[in-house]
Design a protein around this ligand. Sequence first.
Ligand code: E4P
Length: 217
Amino acid sequence: MKFFVDTADVDAIRELHELGMVDGVTTNPSLIAKSGRDILEVTKEICEMVPGPVSAEVVALDAEAMIAEGRKLAEIAPNIAVKVPLTWDGLKACKVLSEEGNMVNVTLCFSANQALLAAKAGATFISPFIGRLDDLNLDGLQLIADIRQIYDNYGYETQVLAASIRSANHMSDCAKIGADVCTAPPAVIKAMANHVLTDKGLAAFVADAEKAGIKIV
Ligand code: E4P
C-alpha cells in the first residue's frame, strides 16, 4: 500500500520523506490555508521534494472553470494530480483533464455509486473519506471495501485512495481491505510506530543495560 501524506506542511513532509515513508502527497484548500502559503508556490516546493503524485485541488465549482484551474495546476510539475470534487461538474472536469493526460484525483467521495462514476470518468484516484463517515456513525471502512470489490469486479484501474484517515488503525484496516493508497496526516503515520508493549519492553531493557553496565560504543 502506498503512503501519501495529507498536509501542505513542507517540514513535516520532508521528515517523513527522508525515512522513505512518502509515496505522494495530498493537499486540499483547508490544508493550503493552514500552511499560510501561496498555493502555487507551496505546491511547487512539494513537487520538487516528492517524486510521487502531489494532489492539488481546484476551487472553482463549474466544469469549465475547474478545467482552467486544473490546467494551471498541472503546469506546476509533471507529478501533479489535479483534485476535483465529486460533483457532476467535477466528473466533467475529470473526464477532460484525464483525457489530456493529467492524473486526476476525485475527492469528497462518500458512496460506492460516486466511486463508480469517477472510474468511468477516467479518474486516476478516487478519494473516499473514512473519518467523515465515521463521524456520522456510518462505516467508512465498509465503503473502502465496497469500492475495492466493485473496481475489482470490472477491472477499473482507478486507484482507491483512502482519505480522511484519523487513526493508525485505519491504516492497517485499509491495508487489509486492499486500498491502493492511504493518505494520512503526519501525526497518524508517526503514531503507527507506537505500542505500549514496545515502550514497556524498552524501559526494561534500558534498566537492565544500565544495571549490567553494558556499553557498545
Ligand atoms: C485528502 O485528500 C482529504 O482532503 C483529507 O484526507 C480530508 O481529511 P479530513 O476529513 O480529516 O479533513
